[in-house]
Design a protein around this ligand. Structure first.
Ligand code: TNX
Length: 536
């Protein structure tokens, strides 16, 4: 045999082996997304068998839930009957051991360590959230068919080594607009499942807009029953009762996802204005609206009743929202005079604080911290932040001046740059759904950017996190949601979680391509971009 043949032989064997998942031999070569902080491989194999049990150390219901979540995920496809039991100390060989230990400062509140030897798989985290994110990683270490709900053939092997991992940003979210089109509770739950697969921990629900009011407010019942009775295009709309909202919040909480409810004010309020004439300066209720224009509606910012209304809404919503945040919108208030907008936002912020919540507002709300001059009229020394400015969070979407005002105030930013992160933007000019006012966003473009270098003057310490919004003017079914958010949201989740230094498109697209079978197994209707080398 000559050397060329030998080389070819090795090449063929190596490429066959690369396609073969079993046995997996190198933990460091797994296609994990988000990419973990560190992975070391030890070249052996741990196997999940019908004898495997899940043992949890600690009594918390959250940890109990996480353990059961893993069992419920493993059992249908493996056909095993894996149980969760309490442990005190390491279980015997062949088991999975989930432990909240609480003293590894590097891991923080959401980080985890997975240590896999040939006889034990151990997850250690400071908090149950870390264990839950570790479980999402473990899912990706098993073959894609493990995601199916019918019994599949094993073996169920994981290569050995250690993964240590924790997020870059504490706030990693997506926004779902349930106002332009209404989505049922089960769709919202699926959305939560899908974002938490990739370790996103915030779901911002845009609950009101010109086209619909989507949350029951007991003291102002027409908001939901009348204001929620239609949607873009004139469909029947809908709303969540407070019980349904609480059910969504609980479902999210179990999966370590915080719900951020938004009531957009003073603009984007036609549905409320149509429901109650007294909210209008002229005392007349406009008709319901089913188009997609923006910037034409405003609450009457100079009347007392408006603030009574807001206080009632914020009180009821705060009482059913365990998370720390309440979003007041504040975007595109083109129908509100600037001299009215600024004191309005200041008052609403006080109302939200009085109900114990931290305010988030779209970038325009950052202006209220300044004097009342327009940016172009200001001279040095004019930028005098009000004393409480720093406590409000601003959500950057397109205007860098406003984002920098937020920074000058000491506010933290949630980064949602429309040109990179808006999931309603079309992939290219052939995309049938979506809009393109900000950009066409192909999969590479949504991935190749960094929050810390996007806007001069916005630094790492100014950023609370990132959020990918899905506006739904053109989107009305779960399939359409999935097509617009996948696969872009996967890369955005990685931007929120993984260290900036380790990221690169050429390497990422290969990992992403390897998630194709997993997405299919999960029944996700993703956009199969030609930029990505999808694995069949
Ligand atoms: C801008 S981003 C909006 C929304 C639209 C979206 C469509 C922002 C704060 N406002 O009202 O739905 O564009 O892409």
């Amino acid at each position: 045999m000559n050397y060329r043949d030998l080389g070819l032989g090795i090449l063929i064997t190596a490429s066959l082996f690369a396609c073969e998942r079993h046995p997996p031999t190198d933990l460091a070569k797994e296609n994990l997304i988000p990419k973990p902080v560190s992975v070391t491989a030890t070249a052996k194999v741990f196997e999940i068998t019908k004898e495997t049990g899940i043992f949890i150390e600690g009594e918390s219901p959250e940890l109990q839930f996480a353990g059961q979540y893993l069992a419920d995920w493993l059992n249908p496809s493996t056909g095993f009957d894996i149980n969760v039991s309490s442990a005190s100390g390491e279980p015997k060989s062949g088991n999975i051991y989930l432990k909240v230990a609480g003293n590894d400062t590097e891991l923080g509140d959401e980080g985890y360590e997975i240590k896999i030897t040939d006889d034990l798989l151990t997850v250690t985290a400071n908090k149950a959230a870390g264990v839950f994110w570790a479980i999402q990683t473990i899912r990706q270490l098993l073959p894609a068919k493990a995601e199916l709900t019918s019994v599949q053939e094993g073996p169920w092997e994981i290569s050995t080594g250690t993964i240590r991992d924790y997020p870059t940003y504490p706030f990693r979210g997506s926004m779902l607009d349930v106002a332009r089109h209404f989505f049922e509770v089960d769709d919202v739950k699926r959305y939560i499942d899908l974002i938490s697969l990739y370790k996103m921990n915030v779901l911002h629900l845009s609950l009101s807009n010109d086209q619909g009011w989507r949350i029951e407010i007991k003291s102002w019942p027409n908001l939901a029953t009348y204001g929620g009775s239609t949607e873009v295009g004139g469909g029947k709309g809908g709303y969540y009762t407070q019980e349904q909202y609480k059910d969504i919040v609980k479902y999210a909480q179990e999966r370590f996802v915080t719900i951020v409810p938004e009531i957009d004010m003073p603009g984007h309020t036609n549905a409320a204005l149509a429901s109650y004439p007294e909210l209008n300066c002229n005392g007349k209720a406009p008709a319901l609206y089913t188009g997609i224009e923006v910037g034409f509606s405003s609450l009457c910012t100079t009347s007392e009743i408006t603030y009574k209304f807001i206080d009632d809404v914020v009180r009821e919503l705060s009482a059913i929202t365990p998370g720390p945040y309440l979003h007041i919108g504040g975007d595109e208030s083109h129908a509100t005079k600037r001299e009215h907008y600024i004191p309005f936002v200041a008052k609403v912020r006080d109302i939200v604080k009085s109900h114990g919540k931290q305010v988030i507002g779209w970038e325009e709300t950052a202006q209220i911290n300044m004097n009342e001059k327009r940016p172009e009229e200001r001279v040095t020394g004019d930028l005098q932040p009000k004393s409480d400015a720093a406590s409000a969070i601003a959500q950057y979407w397109s205007n860098t001046t406003h984002a920098l005002e937020a920074v000058a105030n000491g506010s933290k930013l949630v980064m949602s740059p429309a040109k990179r992160m808006y999931l309603d933007m079309q992939y290219d000019s052939t995309t049938k759904l979506g809009l393109h006012w900000a950009a066409y966003i192909e999969v590479d473009s949504s991935y190749i950017w960094n929050p810390t270098t996007l806007v001069k003057g916005i630094k790492r310490e100014n950023i609370l996190g990132i959020e990918a919004p899905l506006w739904t003017e053109t989107i009305s079914t779960m399939d359409e949601i999935e097509y617009m958010i996948f696969p872009r949201i996967i890369g955005l989740a990685e931007i929120g979680w993984s260290p900036e230094e380790g990221r690169g498109w050429e390497e990422y697209k290969v990992r992403l391509g390897n998630h194709g079978p997993r997405l299919k197994a999960l029944g996700i209707d993703y956009y199969a971009s030609k930029q990505v080398p999808w694995v069949e």
